[in-house]
Design a protein around this ligand. Structure first.
Ligand code: ADP
Ligand code: MG
Length: 384
């Protein structure tokens, strides 16, 4: 897997890299739109990974990054302490800045970085965190500090690189799972307290790409975030110590409903309900109650569709077809408004995939891409 990054490094810079690391994309099982509301998420790291091969900068270079990606195959030269470029290379420069803030510094502040990936970009599988986490590990090793950064520290570096430096309004889920993921496990991650728990997950999971990338995604997401802020502002009258919407007690839903007008009421009910569902779902997984777990996936989708209004007709078609075919559970994943759905099926299930393909074909005249995803390992150092 790291081969293409190493080869790209050699071809581009005419020398051998000094350190190579890789980090995975992710799929969130449940806990949708809970992250920025301080609630839990339950992602798995997937088998698709991004690899970063790095080496010292050219002799004479001071504080210069030279970067290349198989996705954008021409070398970009960045003075990373100055203004950040608008291109993808800003993510690498952002990582460099955050490492520097921790006094993790490569010699002369200069490095060459070659990136190769099989995580599709912008498909809701978090290619950006796979990029920043793999680069953070590879560069921190080049810096050769006495104490290597822990996966948690790498997640912090990657998050601040994307959020504070590049300026993406992301939560901390993507970088955390890219760093802490484990094979055959999901990660219960509490986004307010940052507590994590590894939960065994060996079920058969399908990823169905609806093939639509709605433009409204970012504008609708910004609107929802603003609505949630407004909800918290209003609920503070009822509960002054409320900081995160997700910490509103689920037993107090009637009181919440009385306090809020629509559409704020629906948004808030989704977040509070989804918070309870995600925590319960993790418990069910631990107890190997896959059927009940799957039921919660359907409920989560319904709540996303009706209350948070973040689904799409294509995603609804996929989930409905999966349910009719007898799948254990299904829901949109990765914010919604297009993108992908996950479908939980029995190991022996042969009906669900053709049923989804048929229903989708009938409605949209094409078949969606369907693949199996497996819970895989988080960031790791690769051998040269
Ligand atoms: P995603 O859901 O895939 O994380 P984002 O919009 O958050 O979507 O991040 C995608 C951006 O991350 C790309 O536009 C690019 O700037 C950067 N990126 C991700 N993977 C790579 C890669 N392999 N090579 C170069 N840039 C990448
Ligand atoms: Mg991203």
């Amino acid at each position: 897997m790291p081969r293409p990054a190493i080869d790209l490094f050699r071809k581009t810079f005419g020398t051998t890299p000094r350190s190579v690391a890789s980090a995975p994309g992710r799929v969130n099982l449940i806990g949708e739109h809970t992250d920025y509301n301080g609630g839990p998420v339950l992602p798995i790291a997937i088998a698709e990974r991004t690899s970063a091969a790095v080496g010292p900068g050219a002799s004479g270079d001071e504080n210069v990054l030279e970067v290349i990606s198989s996705e954008y195959p021409s070398v970009v030269r960045i003075k990373w302490q100055e203004e950040l470029p608008k291109s993808w290379s800003a993510y690498v420069a952002g990582v460099m800045r955050e490492l520097w803030a921790l006094e993790v510094m490569v010699p002369r502040g200069s490095a060459r970085v070659a990136v190769a990936s099989d995580v599709p970009i912008g498909a809701g599988l978090s290619s950006s965190a796979a990029l920043t986490v793999s680069v953070a590990r590879a560069l921190s090793q080049l810096a050769a500090n006495e104490k290597p950064l822990t996966p948690r520290q790498l997640a912090g570096v990657a998050y601040r690189a994307e959020h504070d430096q590049v300026g993406v309004g992301c939560g901390t889920m993507d970088q955390t799972i890219a760093a802490l993921g484990q094979k055959d496990h999901a990660l219960l991650f509490e986004c307010a307290s940052l507590e994590t728990q590894q939960i065994p997950f060996r079920a058969r999971l399908l990823l169905v790409d609806s093939g639509t990338r709605h433009d409204l995604r970012s504008s609708e997401l910004a609107k929802r975030r603003a609505e949630c802020d407004e909800v918290v502002r209003r609920l503070k009258v009822e509960l002054p110590e409320l900081v995160w919407l997700a910490s509103w007690p689920v037993e107090w839903l009637p009181r919440l409903k009385r306090a809020l007008p629509e559409p704020l009421r629906s948004r808030a009910v989704h977040v509070v309900g989804e918070t309870a569902r995600a925590r319960f779902a993790a418990q069910l997984l631990k107890q190997r109650k896959l059927k009940q777990f799957g039921q919660l996936l359907y409920e989560s989708h319904e709540s996303c569709r009706r209350l948070y209004e973040c689904s799409s007709p294509e995603l609804d078609t996929i989930v409905a077809a999966a349910k009719r075919a007898g799948a254990l559970g299904a829901r949109l994943t990765g914010a919604g408004w297009g993108g992908a759905a996950i479908v939980l099926v029995n190991k022996t299930d042969r009906r669900t995939i053709p049923a989804i393909e048929r229903a989708f074909q009938r409605a949209y005249g094409r078949t969606p891409a369907i693949s199996e995803v497996h819970a895989s390992a988080g960031v790791r150092t690769e051998r040269l």
